[in-house]
Design a protein around this ligand. Sequence first.
Ligand SMILES: CC(C)(COP(=O)(O)OP(=O)(O)OC[C@H]1O[C@@H](n2cnc3c(N)ncnc32)[C@H](O)[C@@H]1OP(=O)(O)O)[C@@H](O)C(=O)NCCC(=O)NCCS
Length: 148
Amino acid sequence: MTLTDAAPAPAPDAATMARIHAAAYRLDRPWTYAEFSALLTSPHVIALGDDRAFILARIIADEAEVLTIATHPDHRRTSLARALLDRFHTVVQAKGAVTAFLEVAADNTPAHRLYLSAGYAQVGLRRAYYDRSDGPAADALILRRDLT
Ligand SMILES: CC(C)(COP(=O)(O)OP(=O)(O)OC[C@H]1O[C@@H](n2cnc3c(N)ncnc32)[C@H](O)[C@@H]1OP(=O)(O)O)[C@@H](O)C(=O)NCCC(=O)NCCS
């Protein structure tokens, strides 16, 4: 089954998400298995994807929020993230969400382009929000997409 199939796909587990997250973000401290496991216990949290890419999101009332999205470096630029975002929009719309929000670092060009191409627009800015070990802190852009 591919991420673009209409049928429901099995959700990725915490170990898979921790593995992809560590490879994709190359952070000093990637999110751990325990952190993903804890998030998955929440009835508000949705995980979609497979062993190549995933999206983790939260829906509360009529607002959905992308917590993180990542594609393993071996599978980049094959439209996996775009397909996951599309599926996320469909799933949360069906659950009653009318708006989706997310945050992206201003210097994260791949993610920013992905979101703009998926219909998101900037509605806010948090200055110097993301620490950078190799330079000045990066601003966070707050993006929003209408789901109605
Ligand atoms: C951002 C990320 C999730 C994109 O995943 P992906 O599966 O490679 O993306 P897709 O193949 O679905 O690309 C969809 C669109 O996003 C944009 N895009 C993706 N990667 C890009 C890159 N390296 N440079 C420029 N634009 C890019 C393009 O518009 C692309 O469409 P196109 O291929 O038709 O030009 C991936 O690069 C990643 O895991 N990055 C590290 C984690 C991260 O930054 N997550 C987002 C945090 S807010």
